[in-house]
Design a protein around this ligand. Structure first.
Ligand SMILES: NC(=O)c1ccc[n+]([C@@H]2O[C@H](COP(=O)([O-])OP(=O)(O)OC[C@H]3O[C@@H](n4cnc5c(N)ncnc54)[C@H](OP(=O)(O)O)[C@@H]3O)[C@@H](O)[C@H]2O)c1
Length: 342
């Protein structure tokens, strides 16, 4: 099978995806009967660029696209991204634009336009899944295409794929997770004696934290991930604003560290559960003082973990070591292979 890709966004994740597709081209062809090419790329600085002839991932890597740009920006008349998505001959639209944690836009509109015109969608952007999962899932079903999002939580850790393929007849009652690498790293450095500012600066130097780390430290990133997990794995219908984020932020982190009892470890913990009596799912992101007996207390650096509470396997835990664009790119590749297999 050959899949033609239109990439919306081509930053850290887009470049890592091109590098992985180039490195794995032979394996994808020989083991999965899959070849891929790019029909176009849209970024904020280049605008929409459509290639006169499809280009390979290797070509994008070799030319360090967009430096050695091989396509032409489309004429202004076609400059509207939604029109471009609708008119594109691509089989798959990749949504790799930045997260808007407060609305999920404009990525939701990008995905609507793609699905409604019969294109599969693979997204690393979790905003659309947090804010519009049911609607987008219904649209994908109506048009007979796939909506895949493995890379939205814990980078490319095979979490949604595992739940889909390997947990038949299973009900997930809840979960608890350390899902925000920046908070985990910063709290770890504070435990080692650094100030919050030093720890944040260190996380920024390593490329873990963004220039403005407030989405991480104030729990928005965790709330968006909790929403994705609850809505997809537990069939809940919540929004990030429904997730309790009380007691977070820089001041709260300093105060909670001071109040820790000997032996305790401070973590930003995401918790969700469904009430047996009402069926309502509640989720929270909070600072938790974990005792040494708690397995999560022993995760370090930017490691992330998720423990699912299931009625078949009881507690099932996934751990990701160091994550980043490379692992996120793997999740996208896994989604593309899943589309080719379907
Ligand atoms: N980095 C990770 O490890 C990781 C892990 C999991 C999930 N994700 C998610 O993956 C997505 C991409 O992350 P990233 O690290 O690649 O971000 P990034 O490096 O900031 O790249 C974002 C890309 O989107 C482009 N862009 C911005 N606004 C756009 C718009 N309205 N329309 C079209 N393109 C637009 C940017 O163009 P310019 O370069 O011209 O500004 C850039 O090419 C995000 O949603 C992120 O949350 C990332």
């Amino acid at each position: 099978m050959h899949l033609r890709l239109l990439s919306l966004g081509f930053g850290n994740v887009g470049r890592a995806l091109a590098a992985m597709l180039a490195a794995k081209a032979d394996e994808l062809r020989d083991r999965h009967d899959l070849t891929l090419s790019f029909t176009g790329i849209v970024t904020r600085s280049t605008g929409p660029v459509i290639f006169e002839e499809d280009v390979s991932a290797a070509h994008l890597v070799e030319t360090a696209w967009p430096d050695g740009r091989v396509g032409a920006p489309v004429p202004p008349l076609l400059g509207d991204v939604l029109a471009l998505i609708r008119q594109s001959p691509a089989d798959v639209v990749l949504e790799l634009t930045p997260l808007n944690p407060h609305s999920g836009q404009p990525a939701i509109d990008h995905i609507r336009a793609a699905l409604a015109t019969g294109k599969h969608v693979v997204t690393a952007n979790k905003g659309p899944i947090a804010y519009a999962y049911r609607e987008l899932r219904a649209l994908a079903r109506e048009h007979g295409v796939a909506l895949r999002f493995e890379s939205t939580v814990m980078d490319g850790t095979p979490l949604f794929g595992m739940a889909e393929a390997c947990l038949p007849a299973t009900t997930i009652h809840g979960f608890r997770g350390l899902l925000n690498s920046t908070s985990n790293y910063v709290l770890g450095r504070m435990a080692a004696g650094e100030t919050l500012e030093q720890a944040v600066a260190g996380a920024q130097r390593l490329g873990i934290a963004e220039a403005d780390p407030s989405n991480d430290l104030e729990g928005w990133d965790g709330a968006v991930k909790a929403t994705v997990l609850a809505n997809v794995l537990m069939d809940a219908d919540i929004r990030p604003g429904d997730v309790d984020r009380s007691g977070l932020g820089a001041e709260a982190m300093r105060a909670a560290r001071t109040a820790l009892a000997p032996g305790e470890t401070l973590k930003q913990l995401v918790v969700a559960g469904r009430s047996d009596s009402t069926g309502v799912t509640r989720a929270s992101v909070r600072l938790a003082a974990l005792p040494p007996s708690d397995f999560f207390a022993h995760l370090s650096g930017s490691e992330t973990a998720l423990m699912l509470r299931t009625d078949t396997m009881q507690d099932l835990t996934l751990i990701e070591g160091e994550g980043g664009p490379g692992q996120t790119a793997f999740g996208l590749v896994a989604d593309l292979v899943a589309i080719a297999r379907a």
